[in-house]
Design a protein around this ligand. Structure first.
Ligand code: ADP
Length: 478
């Protein structure tokens, strides 16, 4: 057996499951943290500015709508609530530039109402703007903060009826960003530690049964067919263990069969070869000049050679049938006539030895199959029935027409076959321990029957009762 290396070229080049999982989790952590850094730190200021601007724009639009459908009193209280809620200073002018409403939430420090307000510049910019709106981000020195200015013209029936100016402070995002940076650093480290812990746990859970199975597979590869393959933890490993156990059973079965095959073939070859040698020597040394004795010895040599030829032919035929090189040649023929023929041939020989073959035909029927091979199946079964039948030396062959075709049964009155052996008798070289040597056989007859019937796709089987005999059957269908 070739030496099994612990690590092959592939194994050396690949990382362990644990390393793969750790790397995967670290990679995942880095991606998650990177995304968080990007969204929280790089985009935060922009996103905040855009959402604040949208809020101010909405406020301006709501105010413009409110001016149309609310009474003056309602509008006053509405303006107050909106400016306080949104922390926004408001200034509304009519078309002549007269201030209509104003709200200040920055204590006279805003860009609209402050001591050094920029109202005039803002109104000029609004007047000059192309689409009637201005959006500005201006630093207010009085409150020492960035502020947002939004201005829009109010239109009524295509005419400018006034304008709205809003000013709101922007929260300093810089300090928030630096706090977030600190938090994110801790978050990244914690995420990485959790990732590593999970990957360690997962890799142990995944790897332990695989390592165990690899060890068992190594023992199995060294020829220990009693190795137990244990699954565990997850479904795929259970399935792998089941398949390895199945493979082990199959290989062990094949191994046993192979040993039996060699033992049987060598045994079956040795006996006739020994006889051939012995009788050839006898002719050379003793009976060469005695024609009667010489002929008797030569007859034995011929019979033993026939036995050898039969064995070798069976081995060759079976291997051809099994490796698919023997093809079926289907023809249509009358099975009843063929059965009558075969039995007539057997009767001549067997009745001389006291055997009786009784054939029960059904109405003649035509079948389409490989006639030669099916004849071989019938002959093998009759041959076995003659060999194994009981003291009454009876063999029954029956033809029964069934809806799917024809069922053929060959029955004997012999000792029968034990229930536990029934599955084995169709195996190559299986011969019951108590078979009689005078029963000529190679242990291949039923394997050839099985191979031919399988090739045709026909059903077959055996019913046997200990002490009463066996019925071998098959069905020619389709
Ligand atoms: P062989 O007859 O050469 O031993 P087979 O493959 O034909 O080989 O049969 C295999 C085994 O099946 C036989 O050794 C015998 O034990 C059993 N067997 C086959 N046919 C019969 C039968 N009619 N009655 C009892 N046992 C049988």
């Amino acid at each position: 057996m070739p030496k099994i290396e612990r690590k092959t070229g592939w194994a050396v080049r690949h990382l362990s499951l644990r390393a793969c999982l750790c790397m995967g989790f670290i990679f995942f952590t880095l991606i998650v943290s990177g995304l968080l850094w990007f969204s929280e730190i790089v985009l935060l200021e922009r996103v905040y500015y855009i959402s604040k601007m949208r809020e101010v724009e909405n406020t301006a639009n709501t105010l413009a709508a409110a001016m149309e459908n609310k009474t003056t009193e309602e509008l006053h209280s509405y303006l107050t609530s909106i400016s306080v809620r949104n922390q926004t200073c408001i200034e509304i002018f009519d078309s002549k530039g007269r201030a209509l409403y104003e709200r200040d939430v920055m204590d006279r420090k805003c860009l609209l109402h402050g001591r050094e307000n920029s109202m005039y510049e803002l109104l000029t910019l609004l007047g000059e703007s192309k689409n009637g709106t201005i959006r500005l981000n201006i630093f207010n020195e009085q409150i020492n903060a960035q502020t947002l200015v939004y201005g829009t013209l109010i239109q009524e029936d295509g005419q400018i009826s006034g304008c709205i100016l809003l000013n709101t402070p922007l929260e300093p995002v810089g300090s928030t960003v630096s706090i977030l940076k600190g938090v994110l650093k801790i978050f990244t480290v914690i995420l990485m530690l959790i990732g590593l812990a999970i990957s360690f746990y997962l890799s142990s859970m995944l790897a332990v049964p695989i390592v165990r199975l690899t060890e068992s597979a190594r023992r199995f590869a060294h020829g220990n067919y009693n190795t137990r393959f244990e699954g565990g933890h997850y479904q795929e490993v259970d399935e792998l263990a089941r398949m390895l156990t199945y493979a082990e059973n199959q290989i062990s079965h094949i191994d046993t069969m192979q040993r039996d095959l060699i033992a049987n073939v060598s045994h079956d070859l040795r006996t006739p070869l020994t006889m051939l040698k012995a009788y050839a020597e006898m002719i050379r040394d003793l009976s060469g000049d005695n024609p009667v004795k010489r002929n008797a010895h030569l007859q034995i040599i011929i019979e033993e050679t026939d036995r050898l030829t039969m064995l070798v032919n069976d081995i060759l035929d079976l291997s051809k049938l099994e490796n698919g090189s023997m093809k079926l040649e289907p023809v249509t023929f009358d099975i009843t006539a063929r059965l009558t023929d075969i039995i007539a041939r057997y009767k001549g020989v067997s009745e001389k030895m006291g055997y009786h073959i009784r054939f029960t035909p059904d109405t003649p029927v035509e079948v389409t199959c490989d006639a030669g091979k099916i004849e071989r199946v019938i002959c093998n079964l009759i041959h076995n029935a003659i060999n194994y039948t009981g003291a009454d030396k009876m063999v029954y062959v029956r033809q029964r027409n069934i809806p799917s075709g024809v069922r053929i049964e060959v029955e004997d009155t012999g000792e029968g076959i034990e229930e536990s052996k029934i599955d084995k008798i169709f195996d190559k070289y299986y011969r019951s321990e108590n078979h009689k040597r005078e029963v000529v056989g190679t242990g291949l007859g039923l394997s050839i029957v099985k191979a031919i019937l399988k090739l045709h796709g026909y059903r077959y089987g055996v019913h046997s009762q200990l002490g009463k005999g066996s019925v071998f059957w098959f069905e020619i269908s389709g």
